[in-house]
Design a protein around this ligand. Structure first.
Ligand SMILES: C[S@@+](CC[C@H](N)C(=O)[O-])C[C@H]1O[C@@H](n2cnc3c(N)ncnc32)[C@H](O)[C@@H]1O
Length: 475
């Protein structure tokens, strides 16, 4: 990684945290080009947490360049002069970003390959005004999983799973023949045994809608390995091209290790907004959890979860489950029986029913509200919820016959936030009336070059002074 960069006259070397990217003025991807390790929003964030009693609020930064391992870029222009990049702020013009400093180098090398294939085969980039053309978007996901290499060399030699978003209904439509030709050309030039071994696999997604939604519902694996793996914080995790994945693998790995320390050995954990279950599975493995329940609305994440579950070490003895469900529907049911709840919502923050359920769970844990166990009420009136929870679920039973803990409510809430504005509102609602109490907070620079998306990891406990003391010591 270019930790050190040259000054313009090349006479001396200085440490710099400047972006130094030729696309900066037009590209909407980065909003900062200097002091990438000190996003201005941190001033407000630090002051906020200082007021909440977090004396040492810090920002953990990783690589400031070449950190992005996942990119979805629009393809526009003409077959002779394709443009691959992001839309200019507030416009429909695509800014071509072949030398993006944030991208992992294998992503930029893949963009070059894709452009060559477009030009040589005369592939038509999508024209949204006319709703014509063939290639709409390209998604590139880097995998650094390669156990044949020493760990230190894996990142630099990451390979790309490339997905071509094709303007056709499915693979049987007339245009699919050209899609296959393009996939074959890419593979011929970038497969792992070629002179330029940058590709892991080639996929297609089919999208004909006139909206700006990137992906359609149909995916097809065309060439290379069908499964994409990543090793993060001690576990192997699988991603399909349709599932959510972190863009900054290295800093998220640091966040995960920090998060693990906040969970006591033997805890029962529920994770809402769980994606492919990365956080939950890593806790099952490293914290010997009794139970781990992951709740995620995107059904496409299920296959990844099943594959990752099959590679967990045999020594993991937790009851583990993944549920395809909307966390905002009857969220209180997921919370009963857990000591720890983890939420990792999208940028818009928590759904209001989830905030309400977290507040109720805290009050129930403190014995401030009398409530029947939700198990009892389910029997008579909440059967649809029970059925919903079972539909589409994945389970792995523990060899130990752990009893389900009724009347237990979480005393630890870990909030992973990627949206500062939404977080502030959620936080105010969570702590109102002393339902939750902030114990610690830390920021991770998951998106260097941006001001708005630095990520926070927060640990909030119920306002029991003894528990807070234990947590403080543990940290
Ligand atoms: C920021 S991602 C976190 C994913 C996961 N924790 C990870 O690190 O890979 C947010 C996830 O929440 C999911 N999601 C959004 N709304 C949801 C809802 N109402 N119920 C459950 N999951 C939801 C999204 O599909 C996405 O996978």
């Amino acid at each position: 990684m270019p930790e050190m960069m040259q000054t313009k006259d090349k006479s001396s070397q200085v440490f710099t945290t400047d972006l130094d990217c030729q696309h900066f003025t037009r590209c909407s991807g980065c909003v900062l080009d200097t002091n990438l390790d000190q996003p201005p929003v941190m001033e407000e964030v630090t002051e906020f947490f200082l007021k909440q009693g977090v004396a040492e609020f810090t920002l953990e930064s990783g690589n400031l360049w070449e950190w992005r391992c996942r990119a979805k870029l629009a393809v526009r222009g003409t077959s002779m002069d394709p443009q691959i990049g992001l839309f200019e702020e507030g416009s429909h013009f695509v800014v071509d970003i072949p030398s993006c400093r944030a991208h992992h180098p294998s992503i930029n090398a893949t963009i070059k390959l894709v452009k060559e294939a477009i030009q040589e085969l005369g592939i038509q980039p999508y024209n949204e005004d006319l709703h014509l053309g063939e290639l709409r978007y390209v998604q590139m996901v880097v995998t650094t999983f390669n156990t044949t290499l020493p760990a230190a060399e894996r990142y630099a030699s990451g390979k790309v799973q490339v997905s071509l978003v094709w303007n056709a209904r499915d693979e049987d439509s007339i245009q699919a023949d050209r899609l296959n030709k393009m996939a074959e050309l890419l593979w011929q030039r970038g497969n792992p045994k070629s002179a330029n071994p940058i590709l892991h696999s080639v996929w297609a997604n089919f999208q004909t809608s006139r909206t700006n939604i990137i992906f359609g519902g149909r995916w097809r694996h065309i060439l290379g390995e069908s499964e994409l793996w990543e090793r993060m914080s001690g576990i192997d995790i699988s991603f399909t091209p349709a599932s959510f994945g972190q863009a900054n693998l290295q800093v998220f790995d640091v966040l995960l290790r920090r998060l693990q320390k906040a969970v006591k050995i033997g805890s029962s954990v529920v994770e809402l907004y769980a994606g492919v279950g990365l956080i939950g599975l890593s806790l099952a493995t490293t914290r010997k959890c009794r139970t781990v329940k992951c709740v995620e609305v995107n059904k496409e994440a299920r296959l990844s979860f099943e594959q990752s579950l099959s590679r967990l070490p045999a020594s993991v003895n937790s009851n583990i489950s993944w549920h395809c469900a909307d966390a905002s529907v009857s969220p209180i049911k997921w919370l009963e029986g857990a000591n720890v709840v983890i939420v990792d919502p999208p940028r818009k923050g928590l759904d209001p029913p989830v905030i309400e359920a977290l507040r109720t769970a805290s009050l129930r844990g403190l014995g401030k509200t009398k409530s029947p166990s939700s198990k009892t009420t389910d029997k008579v009136e909440k059967r649809p919820w029970m059925l919903r929870a079972k539909q589409g679920a994945v389970h792995k039973e523990s060899a130990s016959n752990w009893e389900e803990e009724e009347h237990t409510w979480p005393d630890t809430l870990i909030y992973v936030s990627c949206g500062w504005q939404a977080f502030k509102l959620d936080y105010a609602a969570l702590v109102e009336g002393d339902t939750w109490y902030l114990d610690d907070a830390k920021a991770f620079n998951l998106f260097p070059g941006t001001n708005r998306r630095s990520l926070l990891f927060l640990e909030i406990t119920i306002p029991d002074p003894d528990i807070s003391k234990d947590m403080a010591l543990m940290l």
